[in-house]
Design a protein around this ligand. Structure first.
Ligand code: SF4
Length: 343
């Protein structure tokens, strides 16, 4: 099956190419977050490197991905080395470091192969574990070298869904579940653990289809993954999803839906968390009610501890409105936009 619809890919490229890119050469940002990792609540440091950007974005890119505006096409080896040096000078050590690149760490066009390993070795002098992200197509070239770091390196792959129709016609991912399975299997056979991201509520699907897809996808991929992160959609600048949102044709998922997905995956056998960007805000997952803060907090605490009590304790009168929203969408067969709730 062809993984890309040229017309859809072209529309996404047109929107992406209209936004300006960065001319900076420093790293994008660094911050900390807590997560349940290696059997306990762990403080993790995140470093976002500024690179030339995801190679897939040079052709088209994913419908929800707005990382493009942080990237600078002029960035090469020297700039990346400077970014890592500046970061390590300020934050030389810690338990876990996540390096994100607005693309793929193992894409040799984005970060040349020599630099990839120099960076890994430099950061592992001070950090216990390193998590990096990559599309699956780059894995076969690097997996032999990754063996030497054993379980100190984890590779995260943004699969988003296992449904081929969603990957092609909603996300424009340009890879499929089989590609993921091959890469994940190769990594795990070589002692490298795999983290998988799933996107909750890609465009063009209803709330209930999104919930079902996230649950099914997590169950499908669990045998190939050591960790699952459910990422509810947040609206990023310069994306097809932002255009739909502005036109009133897209609403990010309800926090009720996030809770439902996580509760349904209780027995999935793989730690499953959800660190939500813009939680409770209009551009992120929200109930649109005064309970947004309580729900965001409950999901965050659950993701730090894997204690389901934080989810099971959540309740609010707006559950009825969420149920009605889901039902109306099912009846009309089409996603609907925001409904205004009074507290
Ligand atoms: S989501 Fe990942 S693969 Fe898709 S365009 Fe963004 S960086 Fe590239």
């Amino acid at each position: 099956m062809n993984r890309v619809d040229p017309q859809f890919a072209g529309e996404i490229a047109g929107i992406r190419n209209a936004i300006s890119r960065s001319n900076r050469t420093d790293y994008v940002t660094t911050y900390t977050e807590r997560e349940f990792f290696n059997g306990k609540t762990t403080l993790e440091r995140v470093l976002i490197l500024r690179t030339r950007g995801c190679s897939w974005s040079y052709h088209s890119g994913c419908s929800m991905c707005g990382y493009w505006d942080d990237t600078n096409p002029e960035i090469g080896k020297a700039e990346l080395e400077n970014q890592v040096s500046a970061f390590l000078k300020e934050f030389p050590r810690g338990e876990v470091l996540k390096i994100f690149t607005s693309g793929s760490f193992f894409d040799p066009i984005e970060i040349d192969s020599g630099s990839q390993h120099e960076i890994i070795e430099r950061v592992l002098e001070g950090y216990g574990h390193l998590i990096v992200e990559s599309r699956p197509e780059y894995i076969h070239k690097v997996v032999g070298d990754l063996k030497r770091y054993g379980n100190r390196v984890q590779v995260a792959i943004g699969l988003e869904s296992t449904d081929p129709d969603i990957l092609k016609n909603s996300v424009n991912k340009n890879y499929d579940f089989d590609d993921f399975k091959k890469a994940a299997t190769l990594l795990r056979e070589n002692g490298v653990s795999v983290r998988t991201y799933l996107l909750l509520k890609p465009p063009f699907v209803t709330e209930s289809e999104a919930v079902k897809d996230a649950i099914k996808s997590a169950r499908d991929l669990a045998p190939y993954s050591d960790f699952i992160s459910i990422n509810p959609m947040n609206i990023q600048r310069g994306t097809l999803v932002e255009k739909m949102y502005r036109e009133g044709n897209y609403r990010p998922p309800w926090l009720w839906s996030v809770v439902t997905v996580l509760q349904s995956l209780k027995g999935v056998g793989v730690p499953t968390v959800s660190l939500i960007t813009a939680s409770g805000k209009k551009r992120g997952s929200h109930n649109g009610h005064s309970c947004d803060r309580k729900f965001s907090e409950g999901i965050r605490k659950y993701s730090e501890t894997l204690d389901y009590a934080y989810l099971d304790d959540l309740s609010c009168e707006c559950k009825e409105t969420w149920r009605n929203f889901v039902e109306v969408e099912e009846e009309t067969g089409a996603p609907i936009s925001e409904v205004v709730l009074n507290d």
